[in-house]
Design a protein around this ligand. Sequence first.
Ligand code: OAD
Length: 229
Amino acid sequence: MNLVILTGAGISAESGLATFRDLGGIWAQVRLEDVATPEAFAADPARVQGFYDARRAQLRRVAPNPAHHALAQLEREWTRGDVLLVTQNVDDLHERAGSRRLLHMHGELKRARCLSCGADSRWEDDIRPADACPACGAAGRLRPHVVWFGEMPLHMAEIEAALAACDVFVSIGTSGQVWPAAGFVRTIPPAARSIEVNPMTTEVSPAFREHRRGPASLEVPRLVAELLA
Ligand code: OAD
């Protein structure tokens, strides 16, 4: 029995990272057009770097919560097939909890990508204007390794193959407003089980067969215990 788990900002909310579209969320504080598009980076790179520098720095002050830990436990203990964790989150809380079979479809705050050679490299600190690419040495050519609006999400071929072969699809803490992730539930085999974990009804709730209406820190450990039983 193969599992695909999709996570969104809601799974990290109880760790202290703001979601995007909830009341007071990130897109209520800054306009996404100003910080999350290639055009914004071309027009004002310092502003865009500053936005992601602050979010990268924030990762030092937060820790994984019981939902992240439960998914890592699921990967460790699941013996009846494959488990793939797909996250839209750019934070590193899944890996810090111990998840290894993990794809960051929207990139990672802790990586920087070189506009000259295309390589992405581990990056812990601010990206400063003169910083050199660890791979090719070019200076001043680094951008955050995050997917902006208008860009292609990462790892799509691997994700689509896993979805087509899954028996259980679980979506946790995502509003279902950003594609292609919002459409994943419609691409799983007709007989597959689909479970949405979210305290709120979302745009894609009708496409799921089962709903767990509650915070991820409670609902995910409960669901993982059921799956492993
Ligand atoms: P959103 O902010 O759109 O949605 C967060 C979801 O989490 C909402 O449906 C909330 O109801 C739910 N939620 C809040 N607290 C929760 C909790 N404690 N437990 C479980 N769920 C909770 O975030 P995403 O759906 O992740 O993309 O947004 C998708 C993408 O839009 C992001 O990856 C980002 C953003 O623009 C890029 O930056 C490319």
